[in-house]
Design a protein around this ligand. Structure first.
Ligand code: FCB
Length: 454
């Protein structure tokens, strides 16, 4: 039998190559055209919240420089761009009357993308909740889910003549756990478990109501789904027993997120664990949360666990990572490129999802221009090459991954790390905002051109 030549193996014809950003991380123009404040504007101004003391207010001026950024995407050969819409631009008070100028920027951006042959994929919520809603309880308030649905419907009505695919909420897991549980992300709360569970439930309800609103108000054929950072357990060694263990562990890890959205009920084991802290809700919520979706977006960076099969409940043991386990510049970004294989495979297998996009994958690195101005980000290239090799394995085995959005097009405001963590293919000089493609941009351009790694 001949061995497959993995490096030369192609991705499926029509595989969609793209890049991704989010509104608060890149746009700047914090008060242009009547934009309201978001929870990240407020949080970043609080002393000690952001590692480098920056506020994110300037972003990287994507709002004004979008035409240059679209040209950079075109030069990569990318065929899709995942961006997010800032809710506080569209509804400065979160609900009520829409800002008549709130979608003007996105109109311009979408037109520029289409003119460049780049398909727009819009995320409706990438963490920048209108501060006015936070003042009324934020995700702890059930009304926030309804306000999201009204906003989602409004956007779909206006943009679905040109934007055919929408993602509802980005990484509910992260903005709930870190924003309302650990307190290191906006709005910086550390809620007790019962209130945290209730906030999570409302975010999931917003997802379901958002799916319904996009369907109801978008043009026929508008497609919609979540973009979630699926937690992935990997078999420590690939044997049938360990693979079955990884499936079980992955299902447990995602029980109150993708599990709920795709199975339509909270797992019994999860409810038992929460006891009196379990969320309370009217009976109809579960059917709304599990509204059928057209695709699932997975943000995949790092493994959650490596597991071995076990004869004892729950059927697996999670192995602790050694101190020496390598990571990228961000400490949380532990290496495990095979996650790009296992996450979509397990998503397909556990929940029967037939259309999967990798909505984010990428790496932070300590990029700095050399004396000629070039940025040779070899470690990012290494990371991407390894991840894409494993993703290619998934497509080769028939796992239905339709596209890949590299995080990120641009260096940007990396949340609590401020501008101290760079994820871009394009380097940004934060003093002058000059854009310079890095070596990884050249690498990605080659991958796109060949639809293969080599
Ligand atoms: C994801 C976020 C994205 C970016 C990357 C590095 O969790 O969705 O905004 O911060 O991590």
């Amino acid at each position: 039998m001949t061995q497959p030549d993995i490096a030369h193996a192609r991705f499926p014809d029509g595989f969609l190559w793209g890049t991704a950003t989010s509104s608060f991380q890149v746009e700047g123009a914090a008060s242009a055209d009547g934009r309201g404040a978001s929870i990240w504007d407020v949080f970043a101004r609080e002393p000690g919240r952001i590692r480098d003391g920056s506020t994110g207010a300037a972003g990287v001026d994507h709002f004004n420089r979008y035409a240059e950024d679209v040209a950079l995407m075109k030069a990569l050969g990318a065929r899709a761009y995942r961006f997010s819409i800032a809710w506080p631009r569209v509804f400065p008070d979160g609900d009520g009357a829409p800002n008549p100028k709130g979608l003007d920027f996105y109109d311009r951006l979408v037109d520029a993308l289409l003119a460049a042959g780049i398909e727009p994929y819009a995320t409706l919520y990438h963490w920048d909740l209108p501060q006015a809603l936070q003042a009324r309880g934020g995700w702890e308030a059930r009304e926030t889910a309804h306000a999201f649905a009204a906003y989602a419907g409004h956007v779909a009505r206006h943009l679905s003549d040109r934007v055919r695919r929408f993602f509802t909420l980005n990484e509910i897991q992260v903005f709930i756990e870190q924003g309302y549980g650990w307190g290191n992300f906006a709005p910086g709360l550390r809620l007790p478990r019962g209130r945290l569970n209730q906030a999570r439930h409302h975010a999931l309800l917003a997802h379901g109501l958002g799916v319904q609103a996009v369907r109801a108000q978008g043009r026929p054929g508008t497609l919609v789904g979540p973009a979630e950072n699926m937690s992935t357990a990997l078999p420590a060694i690939e044997t049938p027993a360990n693979i079955a263990a990884a499936e079980r562990a992955t299902r447990d890890l995602n029980a109150p997120y993708l599990g709920l959205m795709l199975e339509g009920h909270y797992a019994d084991s999860w409810l038992a664990e929460q006891g009196a802290d379990a969320p309370r809700f009217p009976a109809g919520d579960l059917a709304v949360i599990a509204s059928p979706v057209d695709f699932v977006g997975l943000n995949i960076y790092t493994p959650s666990q490596y597991v071995l099969a076990s004869g004892q409940a729950p059927g697996y043991v999670a192995l602790p990572l050694q101190d020496s386990h390598p990571h990228m510049a961000s400490e949380w970004l532990k290496l495990g490129p095979e996650t790009l294989y296992w996450a979509p495979r397990l998503c397909h297998r556990l929940w029967g999802v037939e259309t999967i996009y990798i909505t984010e994958n990428g790496a932070s690195a300590t990029d700095a221009p050399d004396e000629t101005g070039a940025i040779h980000d070899l470690d990012r290239v290494m990371y991407l090459r390894a991840c894409l090799m494993h993703l290619q394995r998934a497509t080769r085995e028939g796992v239905p991954v339709r596209g890949y959005f590299l995080w990120s097009l641009l260096d940007n405001f990396e949340w609590a790390d401020g501008y101290a963590m760079r994820f871009g293919l394009i380097h940004i000089d934060f003093a002058t905002l000059k854009r310079t493609p890095k070596l990884s941009a050249q690498f990605y351009r080659e991958v796109i051109a060949r639809n293969a790694l080599a």
